[in-house]
Design a protein around this ligand. Structure first.
Ligand code: HEC
Length: 172
C-alpha cells in the first residue's frame, strides 16, 4: 500500500503541477462511466436537473437535461438546475471534465461565477478525485439533449419560471 502510494506520489511529482489534483484530464474508461452513472443515481442529481421532477413527473426522455423549477434563495436569487448533458448550446458540451469536477467540488464555473448553494457543492467538495472524475465522465457519455433551463435571476428580478423556496440543510 505504502509502496503504491509512493509510486503514485513520485509519478505525480514527475508529471508536474499543470493541474490541481483530481482535475487532470485523462482518457475516460467504461469503468469510469459505470461508476459515474451509479453515483449520479444515488446522489440524486436527476432530481434538480431533470424537467418535471418537482411536478412529480420527471421527463426521463430529458434525464439530466435541465430543471423547469428553480430554488429561491432569499437575498441571493432564483436558480434552476442547468442541463448537464453534453449539448454544446444548452448543456455542458463545451466544458472539459476538469471544469465539471471543479464546478461540482468548489462551485466555481468556468466563467468564474460561484454556484448558489442550492447546488450542494459544499457537500460534493468531499468527493474523491476518482469519483468526481467518474461523474463528469458519465455526464460526458450522455446523449446531448437540446433543452435550455431558465437562467438564474437576482433576488430583485422577476423569476423566469416557477420556483420553490426552501431552507437548505447545511452541508455535512
Ligand atoms: C438539490 C438540488 C441539486 C442537486 C441534488 C444537484 N444539483 Fe447541480 N445544480 C443545482 C442548481 C440549482 C444549480 C444552478 C446553481 C446556479 O446557477 O447558481 C446547479 C448547477 C450545477 C452545475 C453547474 C452547471 C452550469 O451550467 O452552471 C453542475 C455541473 C452541476 N450542478 C452538477 C450536479 C451533479 C453532477 C449533481 C449530482 C452529483 C448535482 N448537480 C446535484 C441543483 C442541484
Amino acid at each position: 500500500m505504502l509502496k503504491r502510494f509512493t509510486v503514485a506520489a513520485l509519478l505525480a511529482a514527475a508529471l508536474g503541477s499543470a493541474a490541481p489534483a483530481g482535475s487532470a484530464e485523462r482518457p475516460i474508461t467504461p469503468d469510469d462511466v459505470a461508476r459515474g452513472e451509479y453515483l449520479v443515481a444515488v446522489m440524486s442529481c436527476g432530481d434538480c436537473h431533470t424537467p418535471g421532477h418537482f411536478f412529480g413527473k420527471p421527463d426521463m426522455t430529458k434525464y439530466l437535461g435541465g430543471s423547469d423549477v428553480g430554488f429561491a434563495i432569499p437575498g441571493l436569487g432564483y436558480f434552476y438546475g442547468p442541463n448537464l448533458t453534453p449539448d454544446d448550446e444548452t448543456g455542458l458540451g463545451t466544458w472539459s471534465t476538469a471544469e465539471i469536477v471543479t464546478a461540482m467540488r468548489t462551485g466555481v464555473r468556468p466563467d468564474g461565477r460561484v454556484l448558489a448553494p442550492a447546488m450542494p457543492w459544499m457537500s460534493f467538495a468531499r468527493l474523491t478525485d476518482d469519483d468526481a472524475f467518474a461523474i463528469s465522465a458519465y455526464l460526458k457519455s450522455l446523449p446531448p439533449i437540446d433543452n435550455k433551463a431558465p437562467p438564474p435571476a437576482g433576488w430583485n428580478e422577476t423569476p423566469p419560471a416557477p420556483y420553490q423556496q426552501v431552507t437548505m440543510p447545511p452541508a455535512r
